[in-house]
Ligand binder design. Sequence first.
Ligand SMILES: [Zn+2]
Ligand SMILES: [Zn+2]
Length: 247
Amino acid sequence: MKFLQATGCYLRTFGQLFWHNYCLCCNCETSDEDEFFCPECWSKIGFCLVETYCIRCGREISAFGKLPVGCPKCEHETILFDSIACAGIYKPPISELIVKFKLGDRTPLLPILLDFTQKAFQRASFYDIVDYIVPVPLYWRKRFQRGFNQSELIARRLKNKKTEFNNDFVKIRETEDQTAVSFEGRRKNLEGAFAVRHGHNFKGKNICLIDDVKTTGATLNECAKTLKEAGADKVFGLVLAVAGQEK
Ligand SMILES: [Zn+2]
Ligand SMILES: [Zn+2]
């Protein structure tokens, strides 16, 4: 036992000598072992995180421009979900972290991206009325190739006393990557791509859809349309970052 204790002690010392903390964003060495990023990256990330955004489209707006009905940029857009909440703007370094999370090593980034999403959820106007947290699904082949659905990883861990995770919303058709499709073609590309499982319990329920990025809103729109056809009452979107700020 004494030997084990002594060995443990040596291992800790050994670890302290050779174990460094690296910034998850720029990979530089950081001094604070509790931090995810170096001070410079934290400051850049701070510029991406937003507290005042349009609750209809998610684009950043000034605190004075906050309106209950949308913003000038989305007034002519068709939006089928009831409201959106977001953690930030899709620009570097948040955009790079999201790509790394989705296509690279997801494990170290999950806690911090989850924290950003959880805080955005708690600030959302719909936080208290959500019944189900539902991830935007991937087609089975894509999920198999990637090994996970990034939105599901976050959705499963979001906390809200009254809300349950629900996986009865699925993607039934393979679609072109939205980034490879024209702005106008995105809605058509997704038409009929989603469905609910038999025996689902969405009728009369308020649903919060989780996705990593909202670009044109075509995905959230198609998901909201399908869920409402299945009887859902309200469908909200909660995303890590909103792109297309200038359009
Ligand atoms: Zn850094
Ligand atoms: Zn708007």
